[in-house]
Design a protein around this ligand. Structure first.
Ligand SMILES: Nc1ncnc2c1ncn2[C@@H]1O[C@H](COP(=O)(O)OP(=O)(O)OP(=O)(O)O)[C@@H](O)[C@H]1O
Ligand SMILES: [Mg+2]
Length: 295
């Protein structure tokens, strides 16, 4: 029997091989879809938590702002009392007033309260911004692509990521004046968050990320460049494959970029990467401003 004659066993082997491959592909697809579904559910949950937080933080912020005005007035009154008491009080009254002042640490309170108010107002402002950014970044998509502000979405994604990495990563922004882009902005937010978090994770010690947008003819280009570890050519050629990760078990599923790639392709755009080991990485997204057909 010649070598190229197929035996029932070799037929069976190739059948098993092709079926196994097929099952794997389906399994991978299901897993990737499951991940997309989980991310969508997480996005919805985040959006509703952000919505619920909006009202109480609004109260806190408004009350703090009023309180800070009232406290200034109360201190004005106290200063007037102090002045009046220093002229008109008897010695025993002065001793009694000084005793109370000492007990409540009056001088310390007087010096610290305005500063505490300013800090609380700043903290409530950052909370308001964070809630706004979470709302934008987890925005549920409507059933059709809608004209959206890409700079605004990037800005929110940057804010969210930077709340975790601000001590090690400096962010540079170079936004062009962009037209509205017809897209599923919730999905694009997911892409921006994936790429930005990869960049932050690739930075050991301290480093920089530059987010740049450009409008050229019918296309909007977004570049996210980091000064992180970079990648070898071998790694670079696999990054868009589902489940490809160089991260330790439990630290990465290897789905971030494959999902992002798919989302950008669904928008009729491209997602590409350039990288130099030891120097850094640049991801480039090109998006058409208008969709040729409904996606
Ligand atoms: N900015 C970057 N710098 C260096 N390597 C990167 C960068 N972005 C991606 N990579 C490489 O590409 C791999 C795949 O990235 P991807 O986002 O798909 O998965 P992951 O980050 O490993 O896991 P996750 O699914 O949690 O995102 C990473 O494990 C890493 O090796
Ligand atoms: Mg990732």
């Amino acid at each position: 029997m010649s070598d190229d004659v197929k035996t029932p066993q070799s037929d069976l082997d190739s059948l098993v091989k092709s079926n196994t491959g097929c099952e794997k592909t389906i399994e991978m697809q299901l897993s990737e879809d499951g991940q997309i579904l989980r991310l969508a559910m997480l996005g919805e949950m985040l959006a509703s938590v952000a919505h619920e937080l909006n009202t109480p933080i609004g109260f806190i912020s408004a009350n703090l702002s009023n309180l800070s005005k009232f406290i200034d007035k109360i201190f004005q009154l106290l200063n007037a009392y102090e002045h009046y008491a220093s002229i008109n009080s008897s010695n025993s009254e002065k001793i009694e007033i000084d005793k109370i002042k000492k007990e409540i640490n009056y001088d310390y309170l007087k010096a610290r309260i305005p500063e505490m108010m300013v800090r609380s107002m700043k903290a409530s402002d950052s909370l308001k911004t964070l809630i706004r950014d979470v709302k934008i970044s987890s925005r549920a998509d409507s059933s059709k692509a809608e004209p959206s502000d890409i700079n605004e979405a990037l800005e929110s994604a940057v804010h969210i990521i930077m709340s975790e990495y601000k001590s090690k990563v400096k962010i540079n922004k170079d936004y062009d004046k962009l037209p509205l882009v017809e897209c599923y902005i919730g999905k694009l937010n997911q892409v921006f968050l994936n790429i930005l978090s990869n960049s932050c994770e690739a930075i050991e010690g301290t480093g920089e990320i530059t987010v740049r947008t450009r409008h050229i003819k019918e296309t909007v280009t977004i570049e996210i460049t980091d000064t992180g570890s970079g990648m070898s050519d071998k790694v670079l050629e696999k990054i868009f494959l589902p489940f490809f990760t160089t991260k330790a078990i439990g630290y990465g599923t290897g789905l971030g970029l494959s999902i992002s790639h798919r989302i950008i392709e669904q928008h009729g755009g491209t997602l590409s990467a350039d990288s130099k080991l030891g120097q850094g990485t640049k991801f480039t997204i090109k998006l058409p401003i208008c969709q040729k057909q409904q996606i």
